[in-house]
Design a protein around this ligand. Sequence first.
Ligand code: HSE
Length: 298
Amino acid sequence: SYIRVFAPATVANVVCGFDVLGFAVETPGDEVELFVVSQPGVRIRAIYGDNGRLPLDPEKNTVSASVMHYLQQIGREDLGIEIVLHKRMPVGSGMGSSAASTVAGLFAIHHLMGQPLSTADLLQLAVEGEQLACGQGHADNVAPALLGGFVLIRSYHPLDVIQLPTPESLICALLHPHIEIQTRDARKILKPYVPLSDVTIQMGNLAGFISALYNQDFALLSRCMQDVIIEPVRSILIPEYQSMKSIALSGGALGFGISGSGPSVFALCHEVSTAETILSRLQAHLQQHHIASDIFIS
Ligand code: HSE
C-alpha cells in the first residue's frame, strides 16, 4: 500500500512565546510519500527539492528515523517502508522545515498502520525527531504542524499541548530572505539567564496574546507582540531586521517578528491587502540590499 501526506510550515515562538507558542500556515509545506515494500527496513528512496542537503542515511534523516521509531513502538520492525520526501521549503529557513517533514512522515505511517497510537504519542515521536534535526527537542513547530492553528506548549515534561483558537480573519505574511541560519546555532547564542524584569514583561505579553486569541481582540494582540528576551539577540543575525520591522509596523501590521529561529520573518495582519503591501515593500527593501526573498500569505 501507499500514502502521500502534506504537512505545513509553521511559525514558532510568535514573538512572545519562545519554545511554547506556534501556529501553522497554509503554505508552504512538505510532502512525504510512503511505500510498503517486501524487503524489511526503512529506507529513503529519494529526496526532491533539498539540493542534496539532507542525509539519505535512514538513521540520520529525521523523517526515516521518526518512521523507524514509530515502527519500533508498535512492534512492526519487520515491515519494509520506502520514503520519498518532497521538500517544498528551504532548510534552515525558520519556517519549521524539519518539523513539516517529520510530521508528514509520522502522520503517513500512522495512517498506513491504521492509527494504533494516540495523537500524544505521535507528538512525542515528532519532538524526538526535532531533537535529531535541531539538537534540542522543541515542540513549537511540530505541534502546530500536526494539530493545525495556534498551539501552546504548556509543559515539556510531561508534554502538555493546548490547541488555541485561531481567528479566521488573522492573516500571516511570511518572508524568507535567502540566507540560512541553523536552529542549532541560533539557540547557542541565547543567554541562559534573563533578568526577572524581562520575564515579567514576557509573561504579561504571552498571557495577553492568548487572551487576545480567545477574544479576537486584535488591539490587545498587537500590544502583546513584543519580545524583550530573544529578539534583541537573534535579530542581529538577520540583515535589515530593524528596517523590516519599521516597514511592517508603519504599514499597518499588528505585529512583526522572527519566525522560529530565523531568518524568516512574519507579520500578523487583519487584511490580506495589508499583508500583500507589506510583503512587497519588504521584498523591495531587501532587493535594494541585494538579498532575494520568497513571500507567502496564509
Ligand atoms: N522555538 C524554537 C527556537 C523554534 O526558537 O529555537 C525553532 O524553529
